[in-house]
Design a protein around this ligand. Structure first.
Ligand code: DGT
Ligand code: CA
Ligand code: CA
Ligand code: ZN
Length: 575
């Protein structure tokens, strides 16, 4: 049983308890345990059998019993019992966003609804809005929710890049360490550093492909495996990530890597252009249609060069004009992680960060940064841990003191390092900020972000953001669209209008590198930079470990065709 299957069973049990009216804490316990099972890289089935499953966060004795029963018998007795009294259709209905278990129970008890079909009938007949406390809005929401359920019965199946990238790297290392392996590389959407990925594509070259495929299938991260052959093997990790491993002979490494890196749109355009020139491109080589001769390349550079292109970085291969640009030799020199001199969006324990000012500074110095802006939340960010004007004043003084210390330090890294006094100020419903202008004026760096009052109203959202953009005290707009990948859609804003306003007022926009956000998106960042908006690559670190999110910010920037000149924090702060 894979971790994903175990987590699904625990999530289902949580829903069953919810529909049965159990108390909140019990339900939370199952939801939390499902989450830790899902993100566990080791096989949870093995842990359960070895009596070690309580090592997982949120898994105590009660849950251990249930997980052991599940892996031994295929079911959890408590769930089986609940399923006897709760119609399965109610579990499905419960997935409609905004429709809680309490309402689902009432629909069942008061309208006799047992599943999606009943519910649609009731809603279309206007019966739902007649129930006490429910109105036409709820009914409308139910109908659109039912449409979406029908389109997407399994929920979002794509995984965020950060959920697959570490697995990809570990498996490629394992392939490379195998004596039968010549070369191995990550391919597909993971290599292109897309926001989300359907599965993981790995390629390898080998003279003993079947042996290599057989051994990688035995890797401890792997839960399910297909039949290894000399072409490769299809696998699934313990956490439910599909893995395609493809193997070819060593001399065609470049062709294979190019093919399986994609994207499909990029490859289709590449092939069609080649056909017009009498060449046939595949994962095995480039065939000259006239002579039938096949050319293999051990590097992608070789493939692109043979077809008349300069080398195209994987992040650009989305069929967004990169082939034409490569043919004409006008691809941008992309920004890299090494060019980044500091991080302009970080939090500390003053608001909701987990590390102190000193700890964040030390971590930044260890990374070789010249500066970080400390941008704790403002006076009314709405989630507790607000920073009062007085506290911010004290913080500014504290930063000045620390900077003086750094300046006198004998370590070169510390001597060249500065903390920037900043804030991530909440944008109110009217676009106003929640600190006095005099206080904001004392800061080195002001980010303005929306954290509250999201509305499905483009005029309202655009209006308040524009107000913040045009405020001369604002240096940068944080996570412009508020999207959370797989979780929350971007709120509706008129991007073009905001980009234009930012270009006119000289306000920067960030690419927030938190892999749940990556906001601006690649498409929006490209639009903004082309309009002349300066882009800041940030991590929104709430912990020193989050400084690593810079990799995702850089990836989005590269996917947006950005060069170092368009990125604000490739520059030193003072020079
Ligand atoms: P994903 O998995 O949806 O996140 O995106 P990819 O790009 O990884 O897509 P995937 O895994 O279906 O296929 C990996 C690569 O293989 C893809 O980027 C290009 C190549 N490929 C797959 N199917 C086709 C196809 O039908 N035509 C062409 N030209 N290439 C394909
Ligand atoms: Ca893929
Ligand atoms: Ca694939
Ligand atoms: Zn933040």
């Amino acid at each position: 049983m894979t971790n994903a299957e175990i987590a699904d069973a625990l999530d289902e049990l949580a829903v069953l308890y919810q529909l049965d009216g159990a108390d909140r804490y019990r339900i939370l316990a199952y939801v939390n345990s499902a989450r830790s099972v899902r993100s566990e890289p080791r096989s949870v089935e093995d842990l359960a059998i070895e009596g070690k499953v309580t090592e997982l966060d949120g898994v105590g004795k009660t849950l251990e019993e249930k997980i052991v029963a599940l892996v031994e018998t295929g079911e959890i007795p408590a769930a089986t019992k609940l399923k006897e009294k709760i119609p399965p259709g109610l579990i499905e209905i419960n997935r409609i966003p905004g429709l809680g278990p309490k309402t689902v129970r009432r629909l069942h008890e008061e309208l006799g609804v047992d599943g999606p079909a009943d519910l649609r009938k009731a809603a279309e007949a206007g019966k739902v809005q007649e129930l006490k406390g429910l109105g036409p809005k709820v009914e409308e929401n139910i109908l659109s929710g039912l449409d979406r359920l029908a389109e997407e019965p399994e929920g979002p199946s794509r995984l965020r890049l950060d959920e697959v990238l570490p697995v990809a790297r570990e498996l490629v290392e394992a392939l490379r360490a195998d004596p039968a392996c010549d070369r191995a590389e990550v391919a597909g959407s993971v290599r292109r550093m897309a926001d989300t990925c359907k599965d993981l594509d790995l390629i390898a070259t080998s003279d003993e492909p079947r042996a290599l495929a057989t051994r990688i299938a035995e890797h401890p991260l792997i839960g399910n495996r297909g039949n290894p052959s000399e072409k490769g093997v299809k696998l699934e990790t313990n956490s439910g990530v599909g893995v395609d491993v493809r193997i070819v002979p060593p001399d065609a490494f470049g062709n294979l890597l190019q093919h399986f890196t994609g994207s499909a749109a990029h490859n289709t355009e590449l092939r069609e252009t080649a056909v017009a020139e009498g060449l046939h491109v595949s994962e095995h080589g480039i065939t000259d249609d006239k002579t039938g001769e096949v050319e293999c390349f051990d590097s992608e550079q070789g493939v692109y060069e043979r077809l008349g292109y300069e080398y195209i970085e994987p992040e650009l291969r989305e069929g967004h004009g990169e082939l034409e640009a490569a043919r004409e030799g006008r691809l941008p020199k992309l920004v890299t992680r090494k060019m980044i001199k500091g991080d302009l969006h970080t939090h500390t324990t003053l608001s909701d960060g987990r590390a102190t000012l000193e700890e964040m500074a030390e971590a930044a110095i260890a990374l070789g940064y010249e500066y970080i802006a400390v941008t704790d939340h403002s006076a009314s960010h709405g989630f507790g841990n607000d920073v009062s004007p007085k506290e911010l004043e004290a913080r500014i003084a504290e930063i000045a003191e620390l900077n003086a210390k750094f300046r006198k330090s004998r370590s070169k890294a510390k001597k060249g390092f500065r903390l920037l006094a900043g804030s991530e100020v909440n944008i109110g419903v009217d676009g106003k900020l929640d600190y006095e202008e005099d206080l904001l004026d004392e800061l080195d760096w002001v980010i303005a972000s929306v954290h509250t009052s999201f509305r499905d109203d483009p005029d309202f959202m655009t209006g308040r953001l524009r107000e913040a953009i045009e405020n001369p005290l604002v240096d940068c707009i944080g996570h412009l669209t508020g999207r959370l990948l797989n979780q929350r859609d971007p709120y509706p804003v008129d991007i073009e209008a905001l980009v234009e306003a930012a270009a006119a007022s000289g306000t920067a926009m960030e690419i927030n590198g938190n892999p749940r956000r990556r906001d601006l998106s690649d498409v929006h960042a490209r639009l903004a930079a082309e309009a002349g908006v300066e882009i800041a690559l940030t991590t929104d670190a709430h912990d020193p470990a989050h400084f690593d999110y810079m990799e995702y910010a850089v990836a989005t920037a590269r996917r947006a065709w950005l060069g170092p000149k368009q990125v604000l924090n490739t520059r030193s702060w003072w020079k």
